[in-house]
Design a protein around this ligand. Structure first.
Ligand code: ATP
Ligand code: MG
Length: 309
C-alpha cells in the first residue's frame, strides 16, 4: 500500500468570484503522480495553494503531515517547485549564482549553497554552462535551471508545473527523463502537472484528473486503462454498414472509429464476429485487441464542451 504524501480537506480557492478549485478532498500517494486536465482546470491553483503562495478560501491540506495553514515553512522545505512561468530570472546572473542564490533563500549556508548549486546544475546537465549568464540561455536550458533550483535544497517532493511547455521534441524527452530519474534514482516523489496525455503516460503511475476546479477521477493509470475495458479493432473491406448493424443487433456494442469498427470485448466475441462477417459478406482485413489508452479514459470523462472550453 502506497503512503499518502498530501491529504487535502475541502480545499477551495476563489479569486474573487472566479473559481480556482472547489472542495478538493484527495489523498495523493507517493511515487510518480500527475495532475492532468485541460487549461483552466485548477492544477496550478492547487499547487500554489499547497505551497502557500496563495491562501485557501476554505479547507486545508497536509503535506507530509504538515498543515499548510500553520506550518508552511516546513511544507516549503520539503517541496521543490518548478513553476509554470518564471519571471524571477536575472539575465545578467550566471546559472551558478542564480541557483546558489535560490539555495540561500532556502536557508542553506554560503558554502552549502555553492556546493548544492553545482551538484544540481550537474544533475540537470548544465555543468559546462554553469558560469554562463542566464540571458544567453535557450528555453530548454532555462527549464533545466528551474529544475536545478527546485532540487537545490534536497526536497522530498518535486512539483513540476507544465515542465515541457514550449520545448522541442528533444528538449521534451530530456526533461521527462530527468524528472523520471529523480523518482527512480533519487527516490523523490514527483507531481507533474500537465494537459498533455503523452507526458503523463510517460511519467506517471497515478493520476488525478481535473476539470473546472474539481477532481473528476483519480487512480492508478494501469487500473484506469485496464485491459478488461479494452475493445477489439476490426477493419473490413466490404459491407461495413451492414456488418456494424448486425454486430449491434447481436448485442456486441460496436462503433466506427476512423477506419476501424470498435467492438466491446466479451466472452467468445471473436468467434461471433467471424460468424457475423460471414453472414454479411464483410471481408475482414484486420482484427486485433486494442488496449484502452489514457486518452480513451480522458475523453470518456469529459464531454466535448469540457474539452473545447
Ligand atoms: N490570479 C488569478 N486571478 C483570477 N483568476 C485566476 C487566477 N489564476 C487562475 N485563475 C482562474 O482559476 C481557474 C483555474 O486556473 P489554473 O491556472 O489553476 O488552471 P490550470 O489547470 O493550471 O490551467 P493551465 O493548464 O492553463 O495552466 C481558471 O478559471 C483561471 O482563469
Ligand atoms: Mg496551470
Amino acid at each position: 500500500m502506497q503512503s499518502e504524501i498530501i491529504v487535502t480537506d475541502s480545499l477551495t480557492k476563489f479569486y474573487g468570484k472566479i473559481k480556482g478549485i472547489e472542495d478538493i478532498s484527495v489523498e495523493i500517494p507517493s511515487g510518480n503522480v500527475a495532475f492532468l486536465g485541460p487549461n483552466g482546470a485548477g492544477k496550478t491553483t492547487l499547487i500554489r495553494t499547497l505551497l502557500g503562495i496563495i491562501h485557501p478560501t476554505k479547507g486545508t491540506a497536509r503535506v507530509l503531515g504538515y498543515d499548510i495553514r500553520k506550518e508552511i515553512n516546513q511544507v516549503r522545505d520539503r517541496i521543490g517547485y518548478v513553476p509554470e512561468f518564471d519571471t524571477s530570472f536575472i539575465p545578467d546572473m550566471t546559472a551558478m549564482k542564480f541557483v546558489a542564490f535560490c539555495a540561500r533563500m532556502n536557508g542553506l549556508s554560503v558554502s552549502e549553497s555553492k556546493q548544492r548549486a553545482s551538484d544540481s546544475l550537474y544533475y540537470v546537465g548544465l555543468d559546462e554552462e554553469r558560469y554562463r549568464k542566464l540571458g544567453t540561455f535557450s528555453l530548454g536550458m532555462k527549464q533545466k535551471v528551474k529544475l536545478a533550483t527546485a532540487l537545490v535544497h534536497d526536497p522530498e517532493i518535486i512539483i513540476c508545473d507544465e515542465p515541457t511547455n514550449g520545448l522541442d521534441p528533444t528538449g521534451r524527452v530530456q526533461m521527462l527523463s530527468l524528472i523520471r530519474s529523480l523518482q527512480k534514482n533519487e527516490g523523490k516523489d514527483i507531481i507533474l502537472s500537465s494537459h498533455l496525455l503523452r507526458d503523463v503516460e510517460q511519467i506517471a503511475d497515478y493520476t488525478l484528473v481535473f476539470s473546472k476546479g474539481e477532481i473528476r477521477a483519480q487512480g492508478n493509470i494501469k487500473e484506469l486503462t485496464a485491459e478488461k475495458r479494452s475493445s477489439i479493432s476490426i477493419k473490413v473491406r466490404s459491407n461495413q454498414e451492414k456488418f456494424l448493424q448486425r454486430l449491434n443487433d447481436k448485442g456486441i456494442e460496436s462503433w466506427i472509429d476512423g477506419i476501424y469498427i470498435e467492438s466491446q470485448i466479451s466472452h467468445d466475441v471473436e468467434k461471433e464476429i467471424f460468424k457475423i462477417a460471414n453472414e454479411t459478406n464483410a471481408d475482414i482485413r484486420y482484427l486485433g485487441n486494442r488496449s484502452r489508452t489514457l486518452e480513451d479514459v480522458f475523453i470518456n470523462l469529459f464531454s466535448k464542451e469540457d474539452l473545447i472550453e
